[in-house]
Design a protein around this ligand. Structure first.
Ligand code: PBG
Length: 331
């Protein structure tokens, strides 16, 4: 790739010349991070006036809708254009019916956000795990997580979010065939212009630990290894992504981000679609914990991590650091 024969050696070539001043370094930076590339996740709970900090995620909160709206105000001010909404219902059941209820938490919040902040891009998470009593992302059949019968509930969820005004729906359940099923349902209801951001290569990762505390979505039995991917696999990730694109995904996602930069990079090289990466809860909490101990420079580690995700090939980054990063970038 590099044409080394076109480049004289030392001492004619001195790469340090281009690192001499901040202005030179800034001008020649190969990768840039912009506030408009960040999506900020929000945990939305029932009630009013609720803002309770998530113990394992310092600086992140469970918020009732009134406080979600306050948050949107702040995001707009910072130039962050997108939010990813996770709903935590007051009650859970076997089928996760809160996920697709017309008056469910996300459906109501989406309506309110779009009414007050029409310019904010509302991305909604499509999954059942926050809504099921057993904490799995699908319905339980014969002691396992059923696939095909789960699809119907996911499509109902996506449609209800679309009707509420979501700008992007993001299925994160990892059932086979869900992107196609959601696309078909949306199209036949007149939502053919609504994009799908598919969590295509979502790994069965221990880095989701803090999120599950935040969302109360820890599986009550077993784990998610029969539907989320094995961290050992990269070829399989490319198959997952290819299938999702074929089924109609507009944006594909790799998740988590930092331990999977190779997957992001491969996805970017192989597919001509926008790539999103999810800088997940555990990745956030590790930095926070180390910084709280004075072991790392939080701001610098944050910016370096986000930049590395961009350098690997992500077009969009979902991150709990969005506000802090925006403050740094806006300076
Ligand atoms: C599932 C979902 C999870 C995350 C996003 N969507 C958790 C899981 O699969 O257990 C994790 C996000 C994070 O860790 O920040 N609906």
């Amino acid at each position: 790739m590099t044409k080394d024969h076109l480049q004289p050696g030392f001492p004619v070539t001195r790469l340090r010349r281009m690192r001499r001043t901040p202005a030179l370094r800034e001008m020649l930076a190969e990768t840039r991070l912009c506030v408009s590339q960040l999506i900020y996740p929000l945990f939305n709970v029932e009630g009013e006036g609720v803002k309770s900090e998530i113990p394992s995620m310092p600086g992140q909160y469970q918020l009732s809708t009134d406080n979600v709206l306050r948050e949107c105000d702040e995001l707009a001010e910072l130039g962050i254009g997108s939010v990813l909404l996770f709903g935590i219902p007051a009650e859970k059941d076997e089928h996760g019916s809160g996920a697709f209820a017309d008056d469910g938490i996300i459906q109501r919040s989406t309506r309110e956000i779009k009414q007050r902040f029409p310019d904010i891009c509302v991305v909604t998470d499509i999954c059942l795990c926050e809504y099921t009593s057993h904490g799995h992302c699908g319905i339980i059949e014969d002691g396992g997580v059923g696939n095909d019968n789960t699809l119907e509930l996911l499509t109902r969820t996506a449609l209800s979010h679309a009707e509420a005004g979501a700008d992007i729906v993001a299925p994160s359940d990892m059932m086979d065939g869900r992107v196609g099923a959601i696309r078909e349902t949306l199209d036949s209801a007149g939502f053919e212009e609504l994009p799908i951001m598919a969590y295509s290569a979502k790994y069965a990762s221990a880095f989701y630990g803090p999120f599950r505390e935040a969302a109360g979505s820890t599986p009550q039995f077993g784990d998610r290894k029969t539907y989320q991917m094995d961290p050992a696999n990269s070829r399989e990730a490319m198959r997952e992504i290819a299938l999702d694109i074929k089924e109609g995904a507009d944006i594909i996602m790799v998740k988590p981000a930092l331990s999977y930069l190779d997957i992001i990079s491969q996805a970017k090289a192989e597919f001509n679609v926008p790539v999103a990466a999810y800088n997940v809860s555990g990745e956030y909490s590790m930095v926070k914990a180390a910084a709280a101990n004075g072991w790392l420079d939080e701001k610098r580690v944050m910016m370096e991590s986000l930049l590395s995700i961009r350098r690997a090939g992500a077009d969009v980054i979902i991150t709990y650091f969005a506000k802090d990063a925006a403050r740094t970038l806006n300076r």
